[in-house]
Design a binder for this molecule. Structure first.
Ligand code: DAL
Ligand code: ZN
Length: 402
């Protein structure tokens, strides 16, 4: 059996994320699929397919009690070690003293090289029996790092503020919680991206689950691991084959995308899967492993705590000409071509591109749209970026750590 057929078989499994072809229209087309309330209930109950899972409180208590091994700091990728090294050299040259400079470099290298152990491998052996912990890799810049210690590798874009995190207008916009305001205060999407990618914006946390710029991949787990976005909504006037909830702002953007696709002659686009809780991802991933084996499952399904669907920012779309098709049949449709060319206008990117597995860790998923807002998505498209990792200067994430 080929990979496609194997995958299709999994997707036809009612326990998997896709129900196969369903004649879903409007809000009545999701018989048998979980509503948000049902999803919450299954979450409380631990889910039907999953072994009992820890509650949020248990997760917190285990964390504070040190019950599970938590990697203190991931092994820093070479690019960050290099940045720290350059930062150390420049910073220390500024204060004079070559000997002190050497000491600073050594100190920086030591801080970047702690032993990296990760609980994810243990999770795979016994899914759901244990509360997994977030694997952690340093973002190019993290809250708390002193701005003066970070030096961009390359000369920043002319429009990039020299010290974004020292600019009150930016830090205030960032603190307000408005992603769009923060990007505007940075001078726009490119100055923002450039500052983040070069390490010049350490106050921008690429791990913050509630930010549109969050990067969730095989090296960056959600934190907290059971993150649950609020408020959620369904995309109005959009066909769906599942519960179809997502972050409310994402739902509004998806409604606009679907309307535009219809108006521009691309046909009907529906939702197959939006928000998936940690517990839902446990059962989804377990189903894939059971059907495909872990190696192949890891190319198509994120391990719990590592799925963009848990952020409420991701949505799998399908073509709905007559009835809605499956995600596997989305590629090659008029809708798929339209989405690839136009999704950025509404704030979405196709997250797992064709031929980008070495960076993303996943096979091509033309149906998996990730919301990053119109400013960043437009810059992403215009800049010809293919992965969020490249966009933000992060290392490739083809495999889980450990
Ligand atoms: N299919 C994507 C990688 C997920 O499971 O989140
Ligand atoms: Zn998806």
């Amino acid at each position: 059996m080929g990979r496609f057929e194997q995958r299709f078989e999994v997707m036809s499994n009612p326990d998997a994320r896709s129900p196969g072809i369903l004649p879903a229209r409007g809000h009545n087309g999701c018989v048998g699929q979980p509503t948000q309330q049902e999803t919450r209930r299954s979450r409380r109950d631990g889910g039907a397919a999953a072994r009992p899972l820890p509650s949020r409180r248990e997760l917190r208590e285990r964390g504070s009690a040190g019950e599970h091994h938590v990697p203190a700091v991931g092994t820093a990728p070479a690019v960050y070690r290099r940045r720290r090294l350059i930062a150390g050299v420049i910073g220390l040259v500024l204060v004079g003293g070559a000997a002190v400079g050497v000491a600073g470099v050594v100190s920086g290298m030591t801080a970047a090289e702690p032993e990296d152990t990760d609980a994810v491998t243990a999770l795979i052996g016994d899914l759901g029996a244990d509360a997994p912990r977030a694997s952690m890799l340093p973002a190019p810049a993290q809250s708390g790092e002193p701005a003066a210690a970070v030096v961009p590798e390359a000369a920043p874009d002319e429009a990039t503020p020299a010290d974004l995190c020292g600019t009150p207008a930016f830090t205030e916009a960032l603190a307000s919680g408005s992603d769009a305001d923060a990007i505007a205060a940075a001078g726009g999407a490119e100055p923002f991206r450039s500052a983040v990618a070069t390490g010049a914006a350490p106050c921008v946390d690429l791990h913050a689950a509630d930010r549109i710029w969050v990067v969730v991949n095989k090296l960056n787990a959600l934190d907290p691991i059971d993150y649950w976005p609020e408020p959620q909504a369904r995309a109005e006037g959009v066909d769906r084959t599942s519960g179809g909830h997502m972050r409310a702002d994402v739902a509004a953007a998806l409604s606009q995308l679907v309307t535009a696709a219809r108006d521009e002659g691309a046909g009907e686009i529906g939702v197959n899967s939006g928000f998936r809780s940690y517990e839902r991802q446990v059962s989804t991933y377990r189903t894939y492993v059971g059907q495909l084996g872990q190696r192949n499952a890891d190319l198509t399904s994120a391990r719990p705590g590592h799925s963009e669907h848990q952020t409420g920012l991701a949505v799998d779309v399908v073509a709905c000409d007559g009835g809605c098709g499956t995600i596997e049949r989305f590629g090659g449709t008029v809708q798929s071509d339209w989405v690839a060319a136009n999704a950025h206008r509404f704030g979405f990117i196709v997250r797992y591109g064709d031929g980008d597995t070495a960076t993303t860790g996943y096979e091509y998923e033309p149906w998996h749209l990730r919301f990053i807002g119109t400013d960043l998505a437009t810059r992403y498209a215009e800049g010809g970026y293919r992965t969020l990792e490249d966009f933000f200067g992060l290392p490739p994430a083809p495999e889980y750590a450990g």
